[in-house]
Design a protein around this ligand. Structure first.
Ligand code: G3H
Ligand code: 13P
Ligand code: ZN
Length: 311
């Protein structure tokens, strides 16, 4: 199968109330684990690369690894730029076959965000590529930008309507209490479903995206800590909340931290339990197995996208 845009999969997600996982990739093991999991679940899936992943892995390698995955599997896959920082990076990805890009103008004021997003939308749409934009600021670390907790800002529903009308973006990332990384909540986890509801009422046809949506899987955190890591107080969005989000109109759920934790847990376990091992296939292989388990669980038990691969 060839790469698809997110148009059809998002339409189905809105009609049938489920979410599609968007998983960050950096190397071959991530690509294989995610695509194997999606294929076994017969689920559509989004593979996404941040601009730092582009620098690390380099576009030709990413492109060809994904093509290899598409030769093996027959589920709909979109290739997406995550947190595109500027027009040039979006253009680079569009020109290299990405089917979806995010322009992250959330660091700018409303009008500048609109202007930048429109510029990307014009370029992307004329080439058949879809665009995700962001309105509202997530707390935590977004790519290179560290947005302080006090600056965090929930998305204003009225502004969301105006933003979508002015930019014609294809999907919108909103801020309702999630944040990037492994330390999302100091106390109880809390998402503002009331804000999501208001946004959905105003822009029911616009697919909504949740960033910073890792669960920070406790088993993997525990393994990391037990095998020499140091991640006290790591905490994410509970599965039940993500499931609720998927049923209340969130179409795309972004996951990076959980995959990093899964890989790290596998590597740490092998290193501690088998100090004689120096074959990367042993430790990367276990990391890959953990990522696959993690992705399958999300698709099947949390996001509800199993058997939604036909549009
Ligand atoms: O939202 C940000 C992602 O987790 C990407 O992080 O820039 O370290 O690849 P990264
Ligand atoms: P997490 O850090 O919660 O995995 O969020 C990833 C993300 O939003 C990528 O854009
Ligand atoms: Zn993000």
């Amino acid at each position: 199968m060839s790469l698809v845009t997110t148009k059809e999969m998002f339409k189905k997600s809105i009609d049938e109330k489920f979410a599609i996982g968007a998983f960050n990739i950096n190397n071959m093991e991530f690509v294989q684990a995610i695509l194997d999991a999606a294929a076994e679940e017969n689920s559509p899936v989004i593979l996404q690369t941040s601009s730092s992943a582009l620098k690390y892995a380099r576009i030709p390698y990413l492109k060809h690894m994904i093509e290899a995955g598409l030769e093996e599997h027959d589920v709909p896959v979109a290739l997406h730029l995550d947190h595109g920082p500027d027009f040039e990076t979006c253009k680079l990805c569009i020109d290299n076959g990405y089917t979806s890009v995010m322009i992250d103008g959330s660091k700018y004021d409303f009008e500048q965000n609109v202007e930048l997003t429109k510029q990307v939308v014009d370029y992307a749409h004329s080439r058949g590529v879809v665009v995700e934009a962001e309105l509202g600021k997530l707390a935590g670390i977004e790519d290179d930008v560290n947005v302080a907790q006090e600056d965090s800002m929930y998305t204003d529903p009225e502004q969301a309507l105006e933003f979508v009308q002015k930019t014609n973006c294809d999907s919108l990332a909103i801020a309702i209490g999630t944040s990037h990384g492994a330390y999302k909540f100091k106390g109880e986890a809390k998402l503002r479903f009331d804000i999501l509801e208001k946004i959905k009422a105003l822009i029911p046809e616009t697919p909504i995206v949740l960033h910073g949506a890792s669960t920070v899987v406790p088993e993997y955190v525990e393994m990391c800590n037990n095998y020499g890591g140091n991640m006290p107080g790591a905490k994410g969005v509970p599965d039940e909340m993500l499931h609720e989000a998927s049923q209340r109109g969130v179409s795309k759920i972004n996951v990076d931290t959980d995959l990093r934790l899964a890989m790290t847990a596998g590597i740490r376990k092998i290193f501690v339990e088998n100090p004689e091992v120096f074959d990367p296939r042993k430790y990367l292989g276990l990391g890959r197995d953990y990522i696959k388990d993690c992705v399958k669980h999300k698709i099947k038990d949390v996001f509800g996208s199993s058997n939604k691969a036909t549009f």
